[in-house]
Ligand binder design. Structure first.
Ligand code: PXP
Length: 249
């Protein structure tokens, strides 16, 4: 089992770009937000270049690669276009996510088990180029096992269902999902995978996930960018880190 090492926080800056793009202006600048997050203690920056470019742009990725001193976690769909972009920039990490144009956000986990062959071929050149390859999956044993078989180094467990159930007050179902997340974090770790988690996490929901000793990184965005309206981005991140560390004990 992984030692309960320091839990890293990756700050997802996609929604700074959402605000910018709402007016087609040049501001607020995602790179500036990323540098502020870095200064406030983010261990990494996460950005999702969607196929429809609804928030992060190609130029944002180039700007982040040039400006950051912490690692960039580049989220992308498993398409040839995205693979070429990743191979051009060689970010520290690539997180493969499922993507549907009509969805508001990444709704489910990646279907690794059914697409094992295709994904194995897709991630091989990314690994060879030196990217750490992560697969964003639901807490499902079939998906974890398939991720390990195809040679991913990391799985990111999708916490969206847990957070939605919490927000809807469906507490018994929330706790059952949390148990699945904990069991799958243990299982992935036992297979030698590094375990990350993220999606939908807030100050209210981060603690139980941060407490899993196998989870080494959380990726959090939408809530932090929203909270930044009230406290500023730096203080919003500092408070998230405080809650993560308190839960870690
Ligand atoms: N991890 C992954 C793989 C994601 O796709 C996202 C959303 O882009 C996040 C984490 C962050 O989710 P949120 O913005 O809801 O905190």
């Amino acid at each position: 089992m992984a030692k309960p090492g320091k839990l890293r926080l990756g700050v997802n800056i996609d929604h700074v770009a959402t605000v910018r793009n709402a007016r087609g202006s040049a501001y607020p600048e995602p790179v500036r937000a990323a540098l502020l997050a870095q200064e406030a203690g983010a261990d990494g920056i996460t950005a999702h270049l969607r196929e429809d470019r609804r928030h992060i742009s190609d130029a944002d990725i180039a700007g982040l690669m040039a400006a950051l001193s912490v690692p960039l976690n580049f989220e992308m769909a498993a398409t040839a276009e995205m693979q070429a972009i990743a191979l051009r920039h060689v970010p520290h990490a690539v997180c493969i996510v499922p993507e549907k144009r009509e969805e508001r956000t990444t709704e489910g986990g990646l279907e690794v088990a059914r697409e094992e062959n295709r994904l194995a071929h897709f991630i091989a050149p990314l690994r060879e180029a030196g990217c750490r390859v992560s697969l964003f999956i639901a807490a499902d044993q079939r998906q974890v096992a398939a991720a390990q078989r195809i040679g991913a180094q990391v799985v990111e467990l999708h916490t969206g269902a847990y957070c939605d159930l919490h927000a809807e007050g469906r507490l018994a179902e929330r706790d059952a999902e949390l148990t699945r997340l904990r069991e799958m974090a243990e299982y992935a770790d036992s297979l030698g995978l590094e375990v990350h988690a993220g999606h939908g996490l807030t100050y209210d929901t981060v603690g139980p996930v941060a407490a899993f000793p196998e989870v080494l990184e959380l990726n959090i965005g939408h809530f932090l960018i929203g909270e930044a309206i009230f406290r500023g981005l730096g203080p919003a991140i500092v408070e998230m880190r405080r809650l993560m560390e308190a839960a870690r004990g």
